[in-house]
Design a protein around this ligand. Structure first.
Ligand code: UD1
Ligand code: UDP
Length: 363
C-alpha cells in the first residue's frame, strides 16, 4: 500500500515525524514523503528534519511563498504530475495550511483516497484562511482522523459518514512526549540568561494579528507592559518580522529592555523554552496544545480557537488582541488565579500507531 504523505509548513513537520516512524515499524505500507516547499528557511524546515529524524523527502516541489491563489495554484500544478507518476493508494495530508487543501484537491480529483489528519477542528471564523482549508479538506476526505471530541462532533454535524471518522489523539503530542527528555537537556535558558518560571514566551504569526499595523501596535502595547515585569522572549515568525520592519516598528521593539526578538528556534530549544516558561502568549494552533500538555498557562491572542479542549482543560484563555484584556488575564496568571492545563483523552504519545492501524484496516 503506497501512501504519499504531504508536508509544507513548520507545524506539518512536527506532526509527520511520528507517523513516518510508525510506518517504518510495520511492513504493509510504502510511505513516500513530498515537501511542497511552502516553508523553506533552514529554521522553518530542514532543521526540523534533522532534529526529529524525519526521512529526506522523496521530492520537494519548491513552491515557496506567494499570495493564497498563487501558492495554492502552484502546489496543485506541481503536485498533480507527482500523484500521477507514483500512483499512490492514498494521499495523506495534515493540518490546515495551503499545502493541505492543495494536495487534497489533487488527490480527490484523481480519485485517490484522501486521508486528513487533524480533521474536524473549527474556529467558525471564515475570515481565517485556515478555516477555509479545514472545511474544504474535510469535505473531500475519505478518512478523517481527529485529535479531540469537538472535531468528531463537528464532522458529524456536517454530515460526514460515521465510518470515516476516527478519534486517535494528537501527533503533535506524540512528538512532544518523545522529545521532552531531549529538550530538557537544551542549554537555551543558560544561553539567554533565563531562569525557569521567570520569563514569558510570545509567538505571533496570524495575518489577523500581524498584517494590520493598528492591531500589531495594540498587541505591542501589552508587550511593553508585560516586559517591565517579566522578560519576554519572542522567536519571531518570518511573516511577523517582515511586518514589523514594513510598519517601522523595529525601533520601538528594539528599545524595550526586557523584550527579546529572536530568530525562529529549533524544536528542542523551543520546547525547553515553553516547558519552563511562567506563561505563554500566542496565536499559534499547535502551541495552545503543547502548553496544555506541559501545564503552562497560555493566553491565546485570538477571538476564538478551533481547539476548545485546550480551554476546557483549564490552561488556555482566549483573550483577543485588546491590550486591556490581555493585561487583565496576564495579571490573573501571575497572581496565581489561572488554571494550567492537563491531558486530553488519547494525547498519550500513541496517535501515530492508532492512525497506521486504521490505515491498514481501511485502505
Ligand atoms: C502558514 C500557514 C499557517 C500556519 C503557519 C505555520 C497557510 C495559509 N498558512 O502561515 O496556517 O499556522 O504557516 O507557521 O498555509 N516566509 C519566509 N520563510 C519561510 C516561510 C515563510 O520568509 O520559510 C515568509 C514569506 O515572506 C512569506 C510569509 O513568511 O510570504 C508567509 O508564509 P506563508 O507560508 O504564506 O504563511 P505563514 O504565515 O507562514
Ligand atoms: N515552534 C518551534 N520554534 C519556534 C516556534 C514554534 O519549533 O520558534 C514549534 C512549536 O513548538 C509547535 C509548532 O512550531 O510545535 C507550531 O507552529 P506554528 O505556530 O508555526 O503553526 P500553527 O501551529 O499555528 O499552525
Amino acid at each position: 500500500m503506497r501512501i504519499i504523505n504531504v508536508v509544507g509548513a513548520r507545524p506539518n513537520l512536527i506532526k509527520i515525524a511520528p507517523l513516518m516512524r510508525a510506518y517504518a515499524e510495520r511492513d504493509g505500507i510504502e510511505p513516500l514523503l513530498v515537501h511542497t516547499g511552502q516553508h523553506y528557511d533552514d529554521n522553518m524546515s530542514d532543521l526540523f528534519f534533522r532534529q526529529l529524524g524525519i526521512p529526506e523527502p522523496d521530492l520537494n516541489l519548491g513552491v515557496g511563498s506567494g499570495s493564497h491563489a498563487v501558492q495554492t495554484a502552484e502546489i496543485i500544478r506541481t503536485f498533480e504530475p507527482v500523484a500521477l507518476e507514483f500512483e499512490p493508494d492514498a494521499v495523506l495530508v495534515v493540518g490546515d495550511v495551503n499545502s493541505t487543501i492543495a494536495c487534497g484537491l489533487v488527490a480527490a480529483k484523481l480519485g485517490v483516497s484522501l486521508v486528513h489528519v487533524e480533521a474536524g477542528l473549527r474556529s467558525f471564523d471564515r475570515t481565517m484562511p485556515e478555516e477555509i482549508n479545514r472545511v474544504l479538506t474535510d469535505a473531500i476526505s475519505d478518512l478523517l482522523f481527529c485529535t479531540e471530541q469537538s472535531g468528531v462532533d463537528n464532522l458529524r454535524r456536517e454530515g460526514v459518514a460515521e465510518e470515516k471518522i476516527h478519534l486517535v489523539g494528537n501527533l503533535m503530542i506524540d512528538t512532544l512526549l518523545r522529545n521532552k527528555a531531549r529538550a530538557d537537556a537544551s542549554t537555551v535558558l543558560t544561553e539567554l540568561g533565563l531562569s525557569p518560571s521567570e520569563y514569558a514566551v510570545l509567538t505571533l504569526h496570524r495575518p489577523s494579528n500581524v498584517d494590520d499595523p493598528e492591531t500589531l501596535r495594540r498587541i505591542l502595547e501589552a508587550v511593553e507592559v508585560i516586559q517591565q515585569d517579566l522578560p519576554l522572549i519572542f522567536p519571531a515568525h518570518p511573516r511577523t518580522r517582515a511586518r514589523l520592519a514594513e510598519f517601522g516598528l523595529m525601533d520601538r521593539v528594539g528599545a524595550l529592555e526586557n523584550f527579546r526578538v529572536l530568530e525562529p528556534l529549533g524544536y528542542l530549544d523551543f520546547l525547553k523554552l515553553l516547558a519552563s516558561a511562567r506563561l505563554v502568549l500566542t496565536d499559534s494552533g499547535g502551541i495552545q496544545e503543547e502548553t496544555t500538555i506541559l501545564s503552562v498557562p497560555c493566553l491565546t491572542l485570538r477571538e476564538n480557537t478551533e481547539r476548545p479542549i485546550t480551554v476546557e482543560m483549564g490552561g488556555n484563555q482566549i483573550v483577543g488582541n485588546d491590550p486591556g484584556r490581555i493585561l487583565a488575564a496576564y495579571r490573573g496568571i501571575v497572581s496565581g488565579e489561572a488554571g494550567s492545563g492537563g491531558t486530553p483523552p488519547l494525547w498519550d504519545g500513541h496517535a501515530a500507531r492508532r492512525i497506521v492501524e486504521v490505515l491498514e484496516r481501511a485502505l
